[in-house]
Design a binder for this molecule. Structure first.
Ligand code: AHM
Ligand code: MG
Length: 312
């Protein structure tokens, strides 16, 4: 072509998946369907009254109206994609089989941190994508992509599909446009984000780790939504986030399938590390839907140091 049209200044998510991630058409379409669901969720967050739905999820936790609504929105978009064999959502006890011959399976936490919504704190959705129709018995390292959407002052989508981790902003016309690509996490941390902090009373290793961060005057950054807290690490290029066990949650509060697995994939793609204190999260077998796992994630030197302190 003699005078080719100038491409838009900022790549769209579609363009980025195509030209940078070189994702297969099927994976690209699936991620775009998920991104579409996220647009409806951010609209629902802005327009739905906050409050309890009057029901409980598989963990016996009260469901917010927005948890239920987000779960339905995502399920509808996964079905519509015709690309999903099986999905598992944090809001249900069993996995759901859609079409055995479809290429992917999806795990998701529809609205992480939803109890913060009435306080207008940031909340998020988390997704992990596996090839094939099985999820249980597999390991998070088998993910072909993972992504999260952060609903804060701005709506941000971050994805990884085997070629770095990239950040997009939802603009006013409803398009996710590239904000930053190839996010990186440095080896040392200036910020710490200690989840399930109530565990320090029963977990002396955790007490020591927190004392160590206080002694070294690291800066506390903790919002109570892991999507926002780990996004902070990816955005600032350093930090550590922990959620380890005590008596109320012996294995920590977070679920291996929906929360630890997708974030381990993204953080390791960005040059960080994700451990349960002893082994890599990416190497842990997902045996049950409700499996919890301790999580120590972020800058490699700080994660290594914290794991040593936690082990006593
Ligand atoms: P949720 O999926 O029910 O919202 O719970 C997970 C959330 C994480 O986002 C967050 O890191 C953690 O619970 C906060 O727990 P705590 O306040 O006990 O540290
Ligand atoms: Mg959650």
């Amino acid at each position: 072509m003699k005078n080719p049209p100038t491409p838009p200044q900022r790549a769209s998510l579609n363009e980025h998946l195509y030209s940078q991630a070189k994702a297969s058409d099927e994976l690209r379409h699936l991620i775009l369907h998920i991104a579409q669901a996220a647009k409806y969720i951010q609209y629902a967050i802005r327009t739905t009254e906050a409050g309890l739905a009057g029901s409980k999820n598989q963990f016996g936790e009260e469901q917010e109206k927005l948890d239920v609504l987000s779960d339905v929105i995502i399920q509808q978009h996964l079905m519509e994609s015709r690309l999903v064999a099986t999905f598992i959502t944090e809001e249900r006890k069993e996995s759901v089989e859609l079409s055995a011959s479809a290429p992917f399976s999806v795990v998701f936490d529809p609205l992480d941190g939803s109890s913060l919504v009435d306080a207008n704190f940031s909340i998020g959705s988390i997704f992990g994508i596996y090839p094939g129709s099985a999820i249980l018995g597999r390991k998070p390292k088998e993910q072909v992509a993972a992504l999260y959407v952060l609903y804060g002052p701005r709506t941000i989508l971050v994805y990884g599909a085997g070629n770095g981790v990239h950040m997009f902003l939802l603009n006013d016309v409803g398009e996710f446009v590239l904000l930053r690509e190839y996010l990186g996490i440095g080896d040392s941390a200036k910020n710490y984000s200690p989840g399930n902090l109530r565990a320090v009373n029963e977990n002396p290793g955790y007490k020591k780790a927190v004392a160590d961060w206080l002694d070294r005057e690291l800066t506390l950054r903790y919002s109570g939504c892991m999507v926002a807290d780990i996004h902070h690490i990816l955005c600032k290029g350093q930090g550590i986030f922990t959620n380890v066990g005590g008596s109320k949650y012996p294995e920590g509060k977070l679920r291996l399938i929906f929360e630890c697995g997708p974030f381990a994939y993204l953080v390791e793609q960005a040059g960080g590390v994700a451990s349960d204190g002893k082994s890599a999260i990416l190497d842990k077998t997902m045996d049950t839907i409700d499996q919890r796992s301790p999580l120590v994630i972020g800058s490699s030197e700080e994660v290594e140091n914290a794991c040593a302190v936690l082990a006593g």
